[in-house]
Design a binder for this molecule. Structure first.
Ligand code: OKP
Ligand code: ZN
Length: 346
């Protein structure tokens, strides 16, 4: 049975609000998501659930900028010292034709400098939870790198795929999949591929590896014309310089079902094989599900099993990392269907 890495310290991130449609709502990305996944894992006999080891910051510093990490660690205290009552949130940005490379001294300015969107608020436990989420990811990576496991599931929370070298947003702070890809490059594999099936484009992963040819990023997502994060994820973004050809996007129009989605998967897996991939990382979001409250695509619960099976057929060592999924009642079924598909080749 596949090993699962998990820590209940994810609960340290518990922001009060998310800004949606002009209203402050309970965040979609909430601690209970994980409870539903754990419950389903136990029901389906995934009993090998182990805690993460602690990793130092070496890998994190290869992916994220030092000043950004300093902001994540200390920004919330600065925000409180400024007298602000609520969680830390950005309200102003270096928009078009403004200066975007000078960090203000004021914390309200700083948060705008480091934020890529305003839905995500930072609370007092966010940094600690993000650090542990990275440990959950790296603990799984170590098992694959040292050959003790061929497939593992890192039950990460908070997610990571939107976080860039120096920006948070989309509920993401540290880019777990990117950190793991770097770890695999350093320890075990010349060519690493990340296949991101979360319904939102993983702008952070794309941006981090855009000019590199050792990490391939493949993403299937709601097209930017319809879907968050809106400003990246078009099909003509193929990588740059050395990285030309090592980025592949499959944007799908709102309402898309498995007939189109599955075609993108087949093509994406071919790209992954042609790349000479030695280690595969899956950014597993289940928000392409038909009942997801913030995702525009229409996959069924059974489709998640089929996706797992189809990926398993390429027979690569595979590290599955949890990203999004907000149809909370079905998140466990969908995530575990995917894992069970991975264990059952066609
Ligand atoms: C994070 B992950 C939709 C608003 C979307 C933010 C979505 C963040 C998704 N109407 N707001 O990729 O699952
Ligand atoms: Zn998502």
């Amino acid at each position: 049975m596949m090993k699962v890495i998990y820590s209940d310290q994810h609960k340290l991130r518990n922001a009060q609000f998310e800004l949606l449609g002009g209203v402050l709502v309970r965040p979609f990305e909430r601690p209970e998501r994980i409870d539903y996944i754990l419950e389903r894992l136990k029901e389906r006999k995934f009993h090998d659930i182990i805690p993460p080891k602690e990793f130092d910051m070496t890998l994190v510093k290869k992916i994220h900028k030092a000043d950004y990490l300093d902001f994540l660690e200390n920004g919330f205290a600065e925000w409180k010292a400024e007298g602000y009552e609520g969680d830390m949130v950005a309200t102003s940005w270096p928009a078009r034709r403004m200066v975007d490379d000078r960090l203000p001294d004021n914390i309200d300015g700083k948060v705008g400098y480091y934020a890529l969107a305003s839905e995500t608020m930072i609370d007092k436990g966010t940094w600690q939870a993000a650090l542990v989420s990275k440990d959950v990811a790296l603990t799984g990576a170590e098992m694959i790198a040292n050959g003790s496991e061929k497939m593992v599931f890192s039950l990460c929370r908070p997610p990571g795929h939107h976080a860039t070298a120096d920006m948070f947003g989309g509920y993401c702070f540290l880019n777990n999949a990117a950190i793991v890809a770097q770890y695999m490059r350093d320890q075990a594999a010349k060519k690493v591929a990340i296949l991101d099936i979360d319904v939102h484009h993983g702008n952070g992963i794309q941006d981090i590896f855009y000019e590199r040819n050792d990490v391939l990023y493949v993403s299937i997502h709601g097209r930017p014309q319809d879907t968050y994060p809106y400003f990246l994820g078009y099909d003509d973004e193929n990588g740059k310089g050395m990285g030309e050809g090592a980025n592949k996007n499959y944007p799908i129009a709102a309402g898309g079902k498995y007939d189109v989605w599955g075609q993108a998967l087949i093509d994406g897996l071919q790209t992954i094989q042609d790349f000479g991939t030695e280690a595969l990382i899956i950014s597993l979001g289940t928000d392409a599900f038909e009942k997801d409250p913030i995702g525009p695509l229409k996959l069924t619960s059974d489709d998640f099993f089929t996706i797992g099976q189809t990926i398993a057929n390429v027979s690569l060592s595979t590290h599955i990392i949890m990203e999004g999924g907000y149809a909370i009642k079905e998140i466990g079924i969908n995530a575990v269907n995917f894992l069970e598909g991975m264990l059952e080749k066609k």
